[in-house]
Design a protein around this ligand. Structure first.
Ligand SMILES: [Zn+2]
Length: 173
C-alpha cells in the first residue's frame, strides 16, 4: 500500500535480482490513452531502477470494451493493475494497494485510485501522470517482492507534500 504516494528520488534499495514482468493494465477510470501511455512509461522507468523490466498489456477496462488479449484469462505469472476511481471517501489518502499473499510474499492484483491521485497532484501542483506512474510501480513491486517498504526510494510507504512537490520528470530521465 502507498499513502500520499510516490514522487521521489529513485533510490534503488532492492537486491540486484532482475525480474522480467508482464503486466496487464485495466483502465476502468476512462483515461486518455496517451496519458495512460505516459503513466506506463514513468512506471517502467521507476521499475527499471528497481531491477524490474516490464512488458505492458494495455487494456481499456470499461465495461463492454474488452477485446483481444484483454478479454482472455491472464497467463500464469501475469500481473494485473486496475486503474479505478475510488468507491467511497474512506481512506482517501491511500492511493493504491496490492493484494499480497503473506505466505508466498507475492501477489497478482493491484489497484490504483486515479481520482485520489488527481486530487492530491492538483493540490500540490505535481505531475499527475508521473505520480500515477510511481504509484503503479510501487504496487507492482509489492506484487513481486511482498509487503516490504524502505526508508527511501520507490518503496517508501508514506510520502509527504514535500516529496510530491519535489517531484520532477527529470528525476527519471
Ligand atoms: Zn507500499
Amino acid at each position: 500500500m502507498v499513502v500520499y504516494s510516490v514522487c521521489l528520488p529513485l533510490v534503488t534499495t532492492a537486491a540486484a535480482v532482475r525480474h522480467s514482468l508482464v503486466v496487464r493494465i485495466y483502465d476502468a477510470a476512462g483515461l486518455d490513452a496517451r496519458e495512460r501511455a505516459r503513466m506506463m512509461d514513468d512506471a517502467r522507468l521507476a521499475l527499471a531502477a528497481e531491477h524490474m523490466d516490464v512488458v505492458w498489456h494495455d487494456c481499456d477496462g470499461r465495461a463492454g470494451s474488452l477485446h483481444g488479449w484483454c478479454a482472455d484469462a491472464p497467463a500464469p505469472r501475469e500481473l494485473i493493475v486496475r486503474l479505478v476511481r475510488a468507491p467511497g471517501p474512506a481512506n482517501r489518502q491511500v492511493l493504491g494497494h496490492a493484494y499480497v499473499d503473506p505466505a508466498r510474499s507475492h501477489g497478482t492484483l493491484a489497484t490504483v485510485f486515479i481520482d485520489r491521485i488527481e486530487r492530491i497532484a492538483a493540490d500540490v501542483n505535481a505531475d499527475r501522470s508521473l505520480v500515477t506512474g510511481r504509484v503503479i510501480a510501487h504496487e507492482i513491486s509489492h506484487l513481486v517482492r511482498g509487503s516490504v517498504h524502505t526508508d527511501a526510494g520507490l518503496m517508501k510507504p508514506v510520502w509527504t507534500l514535500e516529496d510530491l512537490t519535489a517531484c520532477a520528470r527529470a528525476e527519471v530521465s
